[in-house]
Design a binder for this molecule. Sequence first.
Ligand code: GLN
Length: 484
Amino acid sequence: MKNIISLSASKIAEEVSSGNLKAEEVVQAHLERIKTEDPKVRAFITVLEENALAAAREIDSKRSHGKKLGKLAGVPVAVKDNILVEGVETTCASKILKGFKAPYDATITQKLKKEDAVIIGKTNLDEFAMGSSNENSAFFKTKNPWNLETVPGGSSGGSAAAVAARMAPLSLASDTGGSIRQPASFCGLVGVKPTYGAVSRYGLIAFASSLDQIGPMARSVEDAALLLSSIAGHDPKDSTSAPQAQNRFSGKPLENVRGLKIGIPREYFAEGLDPEVRKSVWNAVDYLKTLGAEVKDVTLPHTSYAVATYYIIAPSEAASNLARFDGVRYGYRAQNIKSLSELYEKSRGEGFGPEVKRRIMLGTYALSSGYYDAYYNRAQKARTLIARDFENVFKEVDFLATPTAPSVAFKFGEKSADPVAMYLSDIFTIPSNLAGNASLSIPCGLNKDHLPIGLQLIAPAFEDEKLLALAATVEKAVNFPQLN
Ligand code: GLN
């Protein structure tokens, strides 16, 4: 048997189901890897050593009693620390939630358990998923396993680093403006932001509810598809979950690329794009051309409004969602206080970090009377125009191909002093959240410093299956070298 930590999730599930491998051995191998790698990478806020071993033993005993195992039999999954796992601390990498134990499982956590996955730990993020580098975590900075001096991306940097460093074959993350795709791009992984409504958000601590979506990160398209198949589908507990949500994704390459129309939105290849990223993305597009795809220059004319629109809508929703953290109900509570308002003020003042406070202030301002029309309402109108751009372009083409991010992973400190420079890291990923369509990032090469480059593919809403198939087609040609 090959080194366990190098096996794909699909292979692990197959071997555990057929009895060639014990879930306990699989979990043990990954826990050992965490012990050697995580002190350097720091992907995990919590490692669930005992729970994971107990769950693995239970899976092994189920099998030995002749029961059929689920789709993720014995597969360790790392879960972003804004998703609830019953009885386990869930912090959102914020001081305000330190010590908060989840009273119930998120729907997707339940689904993981039902499919016999093993939750191996909770991963680091930018506080409340606000950031693009992991530097906003209140606890520590996760490093990019490809180069420890560079950021893993964010906000799901911990989930990305855990999979890239082989501490888990799969991870779950959330994407509000790029938080799955941008770290996937920086860490050389496949990261999928499914169509809005495809995966239940019940039990995900909300950042911006109209944009948040949960999705998988993996080292291959097939593995990402396996995890997505296990978590997707309609959930009556989430009112935004879509009744037509599918839960079968094969992750197999397209049978025929001939005649497929791929749009290249010119706004995504403008000034400021790293030339090496541009070249690598074009190589992937050229490959699709050689297979018979028709490549078309297209335009999404309202793209330049996307970042500004997002930074009105996301903070407005965040300001409302984060109002519940008041020092009374969850986590951190300030001491030596004299009145209720002082309790709120001090708990929030001491519990939230600077970026979260900035977003709450932006959102509260945008929603306040007198400014609502000027900011929030206009942003909603701009959002409609951005969504319409996609609707129009998808009348002409089947998919869009773009860079996932304008650059490869940057160094710690490079953007942290300038919030706008940081916000621009998501310039190519944000529009998809605003429109609610399906998009993913897939590695398409390495730059001269051996850092991964991500290709973003975008499809119309609920075309997730075809999107994964296209990604699998590209994956075969790229033959991306995973980290050892
Ligand atoms: N980086 C973006 C932000 O800071 C997106 C974050 C996310 O997708 N959660 O808001």
